[in-house]
Design a protein around this ligand. Structure first.
Ligand code: ZN
Length: 101
């Protein structure tokens, strides 16, 4: 179970929301850890990333009602049915024989 950024197994953190697709994006794990702290809880991180989504329930705000759509911003790779894309492997630089003597 993933709870914290430090548990996150992938280098690229992908975020998606069905209601605000323009807010979806990719973040480097190292960047998020720097900004929020490596021990930040994932729930909190997603809250901070999507905080300005118009469909996000505001803390302390009035509940707009059961049938109002809610922001569903989430980490795409966590808990999904599809295995995560692995980051591209480091390209091995081949030493090209330039015929130096
Ligand atoms: Zn949203």
């Amino acid at each position: 179970m993933l709870d914290r950024l430090s548990d996150f197994p992938w280098v690229i953190v992908r975020v998606g929301c069905a209601l605000c697709p323009h807010r979806s994006g990719q973040y480097r794990l190292a960047r998020l850890a720097e900004k929020f702290g490596a021990e930040a809880e994932l729930d909190e991180v997603i809250d901070r990333i999507a905080f300005d989504c118009p469909w996000r329930p505001k803390p302390g705000g009035r509940d707009r009602g059961k049938y109002h759509p809610r922001c569903k911003a989430r980490f795409i790779d966590v808990g999904g049915p599809v295995p995560p894309d692995m980051p591209p492997p480091m390209r091995v630089l081949k030493v090209i024989d330039g015929g130096k003597s």
